[in-house]
Every structure is written in C-alpha cells, then in structure tokens.
Ligand binder design. Structure first.
Ligand code: NAD
Length: 510
C-alpha cells in the first residue's frame, strides 16, 4: 500500500497524497469524495438498478465475463498500479491479485445462472398435496462494498462481481492507500460493457466509507479490520441493514508429529510471509508438537534465512504502510522482552522503504502480543506444545476465528482436528489458498466476521430468497377456514392422532 497523507484542501474539497512504500517518493494525489458525492453516486446507482436487474442473468454473466479478456489484455497496467501502490513483488501481484480475479470471474459467471435460477422445492408433509413451493432470488438493490489495502484488486473484485451478477448495482470504496488499484475494478468492468452507473468507485478514507454506509444502500459488504467492522455493524444495526463483515485473523497452524516437516517448514515460512505477511488468513502463530519441534524449528530457520527482502529483492516487498511497520516492530519487541528467541531477522530494514526482515521467533507464548493480536507482518512465531489437545486448546484461545491449518500426513487427522477448531475454515497442509476456492463458504467466526464471501451462500447473500407458495387446484374454501365447526376440530385432531401419532405415517409426512 502506498503511504497516504493529507495533501491539501482545494475549494473546500479534501485531497490525499500517496507515497511509495518502496522509497517514499510521491506517486499520486486524489480528491476525497464527500457526503454529497456519495449520495449522488448512490442515487445514480438506484436509478440504474431496475434496467440492470431486468436483463437476463445470462446476459449479465456474458458482459461481466468479458472482463476476463480485459484483465488478460491489461494485466501489465493493472499490476503496475498495484505494485506502485503496494510495492508487491511481481509474482505476488500476479499470483495474489490477477490469477484469483480471473478465476473468480470465470467461476461466478458460470455458476450464477445455476445458483440464482428460480427453482421448485418439493414440500414435505401434509401440505404437499395442496401447495407447490417455488424459490426465486431477488436482487437487493444498491450494494455498498468497502475494501482494504492488502489485496486491493481481488478483494474488491470478488464481492463486486457477485453483487452485480445477482442484479444489484454497486458503489464501492477501495482503501485510501490503494485507490487506483481498486479503481481498476470499475475500469475493467466498464470496458467489458457494464454500464457506468451500474458499478461506481468512490475515493476517500473512513469519512467517505462512513458516508457510504449512512447512504440509502440496501446492503454493506465490508472487508477490513475488526474495529471498523464493529462501527459498520453498529451503523447497519441501527437501520436494520444487512451486512457481511470479513475481518482480521490470527490464524493458527498446527504441526502434528507425523507431518512432512520439510513441507511444514517451507509452508510455515511462505504462509507467514507472502504479501509481507499482510494477508487476513496468513499463518500468524504456529503450534508444533514437542517431539518434532527441534527439527521443525531448524528447518524453518533455514528456509527463512533464504527469503530475499529489500529494494530489488524478488521474494518479499515492503510493508505497505508506515502504520503497519510500527505494529510489527512493537509485536516483535514485545516478544523479545518477554523471553522469545528471535532466530531470524527481527528488525525493520534501515533505509527509505518500509521493509521488515523475514523473522522467525521461537519459544513464543500467549503472554506475547505476537500470539494474541493480529501482527500482519512477515513473522513466523512458533510455540512448542505437548500434544494435539494442547495445540487445539491454544489455537482456540483467541478472540479471532478466521481460518487455520493442520499439517499432518493423514487427512483424517486434519478433519478430526478441524472439527474441534472454532474457525471459519481449516486447510490441510496449506492455508491462505482457501480464499481462492470460490466453492468454499469462506467467512470468519468470533471477531473475524459475520457472513460469507464465497460459496453459494455468499452469492445468494446479495439477493433476497423469496419463496412463492403456489396453491394447487382446491375447493373454494379450505376445511380449516371459517366457520370453525366440530368437523374442523375432528379433522385437526385426526391429523395429529393419525398423522403424527402413528410412526409409519409420521415417516411418510417427513
Ligand atoms: P480498515 O478497517 O482500516 O479499512 C478498511 C476500509 O474501511 C478502508 O477502505 C477504509 O477507508 C474504510 N473505513 C475506515 N473507517 C471506516 C468507517 N468508519 N466506516 C466505513 N468505512 C471505513 O482495514 P485495513 O487496515 O484497510 O485492512 C486491514 C485489515 O483487513 C486487517 O485486519 C485484515 O485482516 C483485514 N482483512 C480481512 C480480510 C478477510 O477476508 N477476512 C481480507 C483482507 C483484509
């Protein structure tokens, strides 16, 4: 992420300046959209929504699907913007942003027709001879999407595309430190043929975000920190507005005694450090069973020592924000003073850029911030545990519950441990890739969020599932309608006695 500072005010309009996290040179300035801009954008989105929703879902999917061609053709420009604002290595701009974006577009545009088509659902029980149930998915109207800076293109594109496919119009606000990376989402969709008022980008910081939440939208889809998520949930609750919140995490990695230790160690380093550790479901704490801990820690130390970092390095870019470097430094210092061993790195790299050394910490424990608070930096923090039970207890000892990982040679062990973890998802022998699996209903528990960003529930979450109950040919009056007579009582009592009182008939009615 670029570093963002107030630049100036021109004609009463706030202006923000972006500075490169690589060398802090100024890279751009932009105007902040105020409350009136937000209202106007939402008004235009409201006006455009009926026409967009009236199009056949196949037509919407065809238009949105063309955005893949636009991304493929313009990937160099998109990644240039992302890299300028975030300092990400080229491999991460492609692997974290572009590849999953193309895949999400490909998946959602193919799936939407099936998952959002009206369908009939067979009724159970005594009403079946009288009624037929149809379910149809109505768009909600105007959806507000607010997103963070760590993966500014894909984290914006994914919810925006789902909301549009469902027939909504969208007003989104990317982070104030990656505005131009987020803006690309509107640009590629417009170029693909989505009308301009159907998807609009607004720019600014929390003030603009709060104004968007306050505006007459029909749903808020937020990805970002727990603190902001709480404010948005409060504002939405006041208006009984639906919202999904994808928030922070402190994901645990459990290394079992039977794990492939080479893979676990390489994974521990990569999954803690890619995107400079600024990934909501990156590995933030590692619990390794005592019997294999020495070997595992030695392998992690070796792997981390080989990660290149600094200006011109290919593996790890800078932290994206000076605020972030302060947090990472504070967590590592707190661990150091509380007795952890810093085996690799442990300091910010001197110089202009926001680089922080790839860092490995051993003998960490839950008295340290590094094991309790979201660090969002390139740190592999390791704690030895007696056995799986202790690993599970400690993994659950967190206010977060986004995702988690289990490294073991036995998938059955991974599933058994997963069943005892209070996290939104669990991955076997890997971790953050779960966000890139659109079939998986990804979403956090506890402080890590509310609702889902992927899976059929996420797509349908941008709609109202409307049941339409059709009445089969019936007499002009139902037997339980007025007037109530002795026969009404006999019929109801008979249903209870013979329908539910008889085990065989009860089965037929279930
Ligand atoms: P943040 O909460 O500071 O900002 C996120 C967005 O909210 C930005 O666009 C910001 O301008 C806006 N915003 C700030 N105050 C607002 C307000 N009062 N009302 C409305 N909008 C407001 O988060 P961040 O620092 O940009 O992102 C990092 C956080 O995001 C980390 O905690 C990370 O774990 C989390 N995250 C979660 C996921 C996930 O899928 N669970 C994915 C990526 C990042």
């Amino acid at each position: 992420m670029a570093i963002v500072r107030n630049a100036q005010e021109i004609d009463g309009r706030r202006r923000l300046a972006l500075h490169s996290p690589v060398d802090r040179r100024p890279i751009a300035e932009f105007d902040v959209d105020d409350r009136d801009d937000v209202r106007n954008a939402v008004t235009r989105a409201r006006a455009a929504q009926p026409d967009w929703a009236a199009r056949d879902i196949g037509e919407r999917a065809a238009i949105i699907g063309r955005a893949i061609d636009v991304i493929v053709a313009r990937r160099a420009e998109i990644t240039d913007t992302i890299r300028e604002e975030t300092g990400k290595p080229h491999a991460e701009a492609l692997g974290v942003e572009i590849v999953p974006s193309c895949d999400f577009l490909n998946y959602w545009t193919k799936r939407a027709r099936r998952d959002l088509r009206p369908h009939r659902q067979r009724l159970h029980g005594y009403l079946r001879p009288m009624k037929k149930l149809h379910i149809q998915y109505q768009p909600l109207g105007v959806v507000a999407v607010i997103t963070p800076w760590n993966a500014p293109f894909v984290l914006t594109l994914n919810p925006v595309v789902q909301a549009l496919l469902a027939g909504n119009t969208v007003v989104f606000k990317p982070s104030e430190v990656t505005p131009r990376s987020g803006e690309w989402v509107a640009r590629i969709l417009h170029e693909a043929g989505v009308p301009r008022d159907v998807v609009q980008a607004l720019h600014g910081d929390g003030e603009t975000g709060a104004a968007l939440v306050d505006s007459p939208v029909d749903k808020v889809c937020f990805t970002g920190s727990v603190g902001t998520g709480r404010k948005i949930a409060t504002a939405c609750a006041e208006r009984l507005l639906p919202c999904t919140l994808e928030l922070g995490g402190k994901d645990a990695m459990i290394v079992c005694a039977d794990a492939d230790l080479e893979r676990a160690a390489a994974g521990a380093v990569y999954l803690s450090m890619f995107n400079t550790g600024q990934v909501c479901m990156s590995v933030e704490r590692i619990y390794v069973i005592d019997s294999v801990a020495d070997e595992f820690i030695a392998l992690v130390q070796r792997e981390a020592a080989e990660v290149t970092c600094g200006a011109g390095a290919t593996d790890m870019g800078p932290l994206f924000w000076d605020r972030q470097r302060d947090i990472v430094t504070a967590h590592v210092e707190d661990a150091r003073t509380r007795g952890a061993r810093i085996l690799v790195g442990g300091s910010a790299v001197a110089g202009e850029g926001l680089y922080f050394e790839p860092t490995v910490i051993a003998e960490a424990n839950h008295d340290m911030l590094i094991m309790t608070d979201e660090t969002f930096g390139p740190v592999a923090a390791i704690m030895r545990v007696r056995d799986e039970d202790e690993a599970i207890r400690l993994a659950n000892d967190s206010r977060y519950g986004l995702s988690g990982s289990v490294f073991t040679r036995d998938p059955a062990t991974a599933r058994r441990i997963a069943a005892r973890l209070t996290t939104g998802s669990v991955v076997h022998n890997d971790s953050a890739v779960i966000y890139g699996v659109p079939e998986a209903p990804f979403g956090g528990r506890k402080d890590s969020g509310v609702g889902h960003v992927n899976g059929v529930h996420a797509l349908r979450g941008f709609t109202h599932a409307q049941p339409v109950l059709i009445t089969r040919r019936r007499p002009s009056r139902e037997s339980i309608w007025y007037p109530y007579t002795d026969k009404t009582i006999r019929d109801l009592d008979g249903l209870i006695r013979y329908g539910f009182g008889n085990k065989l008939l009860r089965r037929l009615l279930s």
